[in-house]
Unconditional design. Structure first.
Length: 241
């Protein structure tokens, strides 16, 4: 008789677990977890209402069960959005954490300038100069038909952005213009007015580090006002006055 009693007890345990699981499922699917509030974090450039507009429709959906991938793809349609993460604050608040794309350079166009990120993506067209300054890339033609979110990369743009990405952070602030010619030779114009001829290179790091050390050298600073150009196309840099 003992095994029969144990089987009966096990049966009741299984039933109890099943009922508990069903109850929890119904509870989590109930309106107790319907999204009622959406907040956005991480914005510096993008107006909050633009992200909330892209997230329109999430209100009322289950906070625990909504399609995260679909909402992420929808918000990522914004040209200034780099990545999106979500945080749930029970019972009914969804936090959207946005990482924005950052401009690293400007491209002069007929009406204003275009901001581009490190991958050459078109971020914004500005009619006036932005508050945060960036090097201006010249020698590149941008079609009037392109718009935010599109990638502007071509061999010249790629080369210019690669060079900027290898520059010491302290040097980038001194670069006013990056000119790229038709064969991807690069010439810099520093904020001091000095022309820097970099030429072509597979890696710019050594030349850029040498340039950064040179313009911070005390001896160079003593006569830099008379310097017209610095030529890095030869084996050793040549300073022209």
């Amino acid at each position: 008789m003992q095994p029969k009693k144990m089987n009966t007890s096990l049966f009741y345990v299984v039933i109890l677990i099943s009922l508990l699981a069903m109850g929890l499922t119904l509870f989590f699917r109930s309106g107790a977890f319907a999204v009622q509030q959406v907040t956005v974090q991480g914005l510096q450039i993008i107006p909050e209402n633009q992200i909330l507009k892209l997230a329109n429709g999430i209100q009322g959906q289950n906070l625990l069960l909504f399609d995260q991938e679909a909402l992420k793809n929808k918000i990522s349609l914004h040209p200034l959005v780099k990545s999106v993460q979500f945080q749930r604050k029970l019972p009914q608040t969804l936090v959207i954490k946005v990482t924005e794309r950052s401009a690293v350079a400007l491209v002069a166009v007929t009406k204003g300038v275009i901001e581009v990120d490190e991958q050459g993506s078109f971020l914004r067209r500005l009619e006036s100069w932005p508050k945060t300054d960036h090097p201006v890339i010249t020698g590149i033609n941008i079609a009037d038909s392109v718009g935010p979110g599109q990638n502007l990369s071509n061999p010249s743009m790629t080369e210019a952005l690669s060079m900027l990405g290898q520059a010491p952070p302290g040097l980038v602030g001194h670069i006013g213009e990056v000119h790229v010619n038709t064969v991807q030779q690069i010439t810099l114009f520093l904020d001091s007015g000095v022309e820097v001829r970099l030429g072509q290179a597979e890696s710019w790091k050594d030349k850029l580090n040498a340039l950064f050390q040179l313009i911070n050298d005390k001896e160079y600073k003593s006569f830099q006002q008379g310097v017209r150009y610095i030529d890095f196309t030869a084996a050793k840099p040549v300073i022209g006055r």
